[in-house]
Design a protein around this ligand. Structure first.
Ligand code: TRP
Ligand code: ZN
Length: 472
């Protein structure tokens, strides 16, 4: 993209630009003032994260071309974002944290932009009409800065490592490496073209579309995620890796990559990943994506993230239970995604309950026993005062979202019986594959599948700040 910022902007834009201390240069009003309602909102409408995502358009595809130099910690990026306007748009926003912008265009016409915090405002040369499909291209460069947010699991986003980068973005760290509509309410398909120094491997979502190409001391990897994906599941983790590739017994492609420090885990993670992916396909319904796998890097988050098709394990040798958790997310969270962060238990409660189901399947203890042990915690245990049905923005990943969320599913299972419960899990997936879900929809489907009135049960388990009684 050769173009850089336009110098002519409208009066409204000029005022907006002045109001948010822009990176734009001088500006002179030339065109008619757009109606006030024509600006896309700076947030997608999640009141808990008012500036996350953006209004007025829907992204269909991100094309990301990245060149990263781990030694200098420098990223050169070019993003081509295909979207559809859902209203008339005189301007719209993207989320982007840091970087110098080289240029912005809309449908290959140079566009004006301004920046304020993580909000990048793009002003196309001419307003977009409702329903217009358009492509916004942005070139950018700089040193990615991960988000440091002590209340939501510490550091996330693009995290430099000794040999590359560990890229794990939940809840809103995609903006630390590409301009994004950075909220799970907008899913899109992704193509990645990632160039790294020769000898390193770049691992993104989906599958390689060709052999890595090396020239001039650099290697380029091209990956495609052909199914819809939320931005926080996108990754471009890179560094020194050892790979094992093949197919699961069920015939699904499987790719596991481990940092050399975790060489001894490679075969076990590969085999376990294949077996669990195949097993979940029988319990939850057909696997939603084109491949499975995992990445073990040496960056010690101590956490794992369910990156689409390639969950990532941060600095530890993952056991069966956490692999079962991250792979269950491929159904719960990745294929079926939440529209609002408050519904996070639909991801974490289900993935945690999947750990209990895996124990049950492998003869290591019934889910009922896990439930009983947790229930026996004192009445003053913090999970009883944090009802999991409403995740709090400053403490999204509270233990209650995971553990009491899983207990909710177990209480439901006991109330409606195994046949209805497992039919419900499959039906839930089948009905909402690749789409968005809410807690209200889950309760409605549970009542429909079971033919039982369940509002009291869900209210006690999801919404009351006290330990539910076992009789309800
Ligand atoms: N979703 C992850 C899990 O439960 C936890 C998580 C959230 C995470 N944000 C993260 C892990 C960022 C690593 C980095 O499995
Ligand atoms: Zn999880």
């Amino acid at each position: 993209m050769g173009s850089i910022r336009r110098t002519a902007v409208s009066l409204t834009v000029l005022l907006a630009v002045l109001a948010c201390s822009p990176s734009n240069g001088s500006a002179a009003p030339t065109s008619a003032r757009p109606a006030a309602g024509d600006a896309g909102a700076p947030g997608i409408g999640d009141a808990d994260f008012p500036l996350d995502g953006n209004g007025g358009y829907d992204v269909a595809h991100y094309g990301l071309r990245l060149d990263y130099d781990p030694r200098k910690r420098h990223l050169n990026g070019a993003a081509a974002i295909q979207a559809r306007a859902t209203q008339r748009l005189s301007q719209f926003n993207l989320d982007l944290s840091g970087f110098d912008i080289g240029g912005v265009s809309v449908d290959d016409r140079e566009a004006t932009y301004s920046r304020s915090g993580d909000e990048l405002t793009v002003i196309p040369a001419a307003p977009l009409a409702e329903g217009d499909r358009f492509t916004v291209k942005i070139t950018y460069s700089g040193t990615p800065q991960p988000v440091k947010n002590a209340t939501n699991l510490g550091t996330y986003g693009w995290i430099p490592t000794s040999d590359g980068a560990f890229v794990a973005c939940e809840p809103n760290g995609a903006r630390t490496w590409f301009p994004a509509n950075d909220h799970p309410a907008d899913k899109a398909r992704f193509d990645f073209e990632i160039t790294v120094p020769r000898g390193l491997t770049a691992l993104a979502n989906g599958e390689l579309t060709g052999k890595p190409e090396t020239s001039g001391g650099k290697t380029t990897f091209t990956w495609r995620e052909r199914h819809p994906m939320v931005t926080y599941l996108a990754t471009a983790t890179l560094g020194r890796f050892e790979l094992r590739q093949g197919k699961t017994a069920g015939g699904l492609r499987n790719l596991v990559a481990v940092d050399p420090e975790f060489r001894s885990s490679l075969d076990r993670v590969y085999t376990t990943t294949g077996a669990i992916t195949d097993y979940w396909s029988t319990v939850f319904g057909a696997y939603p994506f084109s491949s499975t796998g995992g990445v073990v890097d040496n960056f010690p988050t101590g956490y794992a993230l369910e990156n689409q098709t390639k969950p990532m394990y941060g600095g530890f040798d993952p056991g069966e239970s956490i692999i079962a958790h991250e792979l269950a997310h491929q159904w719960f969270g990745n294929s079926l995604s939440i529209k609002r962060w408050r519904d996070l238990w639909l991801n974490e409660g289900f993935a945690t309950y999947a750990e209990w189901l895996w124990s049950e399947h492998t003869g290591k203890g019934r889910a009922q026993e896990t439930f009983d042990t947790t229930y026996a915690r004192g009445a003053d245990d913090p999970i009883w005062s944090y009802p999991p049905g409403r995740a709090r923005p400053t403490d999204l990943f509270n233990e209650s979202i995971y553990t009491r969320g899983a207990m909710t599913l177990h209480a439901l299972r006991v109330a409606i019986g195994d046949p209805a419960f497992f039919r419900l899990l499959k039906e839930w997936n089948a009905q909402h594959r690749y789409e968005h879900v809410s807690t209200a929809q889950f309760i409605a489907l549970a009542e429909k599948v079971s033919g039982k009135q369940l509002d009291k049960l869900f209210d006690a388990w999801l919404f009351q700040p006290r330990r539910p009684s076992l009789s309800s």
